[in-house]
Design a protein around this ligand. Structure first.
Ligand code: ZN
Length: 416
């Protein structure tokens, strides 16, 4: 796997002739704003390439795509970096189960992910960075943390000392311990200074891949990978020192709400331990997608894949449309009925846009932009679109289909 710049073709954003106000987001860490015309740095946690791309992934990357598009439409710039966790326990387990090589599995799934993202018109990150390409940076970061007193060893493994940095746990400690155990942590391991301490460097086990480092032959823990990739690719080569002039190093760290703890919490405190600075200005999380009333999960085997829907002939604009109908932060359901109703709604919008005479469009464009500026309120934007469709169907005239089509494409990524 290689570090890729602009890993898939990004659609260009048609210009819209409309004032774009500040984007106000209610992040997990509180309200924050992206001012029009500003320069932003956003890091979104990428996939572990063994089950790409299910609808939960699609909804997550779509959320950050809206932020990216909005920032650009406001005249600003977005430095956007995404990682690929191409070395991790679940990837190794899956490769072993399927009798395949972990590297080919990772490559195959990453290629599939990129194709799905392009089909869904998600703007590509500036840098798409596999964890296996940053082993020397991880090594340097662990050494920096060691100098600052945040590292201890246990039977050849290196652990992060969380103790002083546990003050702002997102949930009660008992709950954090339970979640930590479920999501890659090892709270039960004896000999640790604190059960929530995450591993930084895992000594090589027979049969597992490993890398040479000043901390021995082994592989990194999960959180440290994102900490170093985000700093290096958003801040530059002197990433270990941080920048004390900034109140936070980057603007947004994003991902699904299942990353709030431990992943984003641990990445942030590790960045603090490396640089002494606050990591992100805001942590933004998208809700989870369920299927037919149940949580969608690998263990239940009920994941719905974007590539499968595309193979069945579903138009990608319908998938994008269906996912935008609900608010990004809400947990929501997917079902065949949702797909069917999105298909007929998209057909209705297309029909309205294909008329020679349409209802006035300037106001609906304004409503879409305003709705997005209010914490990406896509349900409100959708309601505005259907009010316009109703008005067009009832024979109102005076609008420009081009004006509305460009806005739907630029702001929502919906190219009808
Ligand atoms: Zn991450």
């Amino acid at each position: 796997m290689e570090i890729l710049k602009n890993p898939w073709p990004s659609p260009s954003l048609p210009h819209i002739d409309h004032q774009v106000p500040a984007l106000r987001l209610h992040s997990t860490s509180g309200p924050f704003e992206i001012l029009p015309g500003s320069e932003q740095r956003m890091y979104v946690c990428g996939i572990t390439p063994y089950d790409a791309t299910h609808l939960g992934h699609a909804a997550t990357y779509l959320t950050f795509d809206l932020i990216n598009r909005y920032t650009r439409l406001s005249g600003g710039s977005m430095h956007f970096v995404e990682n690929i966790t191409d070395i991790d326990e679940p990837l190794l387990v899956r490769a072993e189960r399927d009798g395949s090589d972990w590297q080919s599995l990772a490559q195959k799934e990453t290629d599939l992910f990129a194709a799905d993202m392009a089909a869904l018109r998600i703007l590509a990150p500036e840098w798409f960075v596999p964890a296996t390409q940053v082993m020397d940076l991880v090594d340097q970061a662990i050494s920096a943390m060691e100098q600052n007193g945040f590292v201890y060893t246990l039977e050849g493994d290196f652990y992060f000392r969380t103790k002083e940095l546990l003050a702002d746990l997102p949930y009660p400690e008992a709950e954090c311990l339970r979640i930590f155990g479920e999501r890659g942590g090892d709270p039960e391991r004896s000999g640790k200074e604190h059960p929530l301490d995450p591993v930084l460097w895992i000594a090589n086990k027979e049969g597992e891949p490993g890398w040479q480092s000043s901390h021995g032959f082994g592989r990194p823990g999960w959180h440290i990978e994102c900490a170093v990739i985000s700093l290096r690719y958003l801040l530059g080569e002197d990433f270990l020192t941080g920048d004390s002039t900034r109140s936070s190093l980057i603007d947004i760290q994003g991902g699904g709400s299942d990353l709030i703890f431990p992943h984003h919490f641990m990445s942030a405190i590790q960045v603090k331990a490396i640089t002494g600075a606050q990591f992100a200005r805001a942590y933004v999380h998208s809700g989870m997608i369920g299927l037919d009333g149940e949580k969608m999960s690998k263990s239940k085997g009920n994941l719905v894949f974007v590539s499968k829907l595309l193979e069945e002939g579903v138009d990608p604009v319908i998938i994008r449309f269906a996912l935008l109908r609900d608010h990004y932060a809400s947990d929501r359901m997917w079902s065949q009925e949702i797909l069917i109703s999105a298909t007929s709604d998209v057909a209705r919008i297309r029909m309205a846009l294909s008329r020679n005479e349409v209802a006035p469009t300037a106001a609906v464009v304004a409503e879409i932009i305003t709705a997005l500026s209010e914490n990406l309120d896509t349900p409100k934007a959708m309601a505005a679109i259907f009010t316009w469709v109703d008005a067009t169907e009832s024979g109102l005239v005076g609008g420009s289909t081009g004006e509305l089509a460009r806005a739907l494409d630029s702001a929502l990524g919906l190219a009808f």
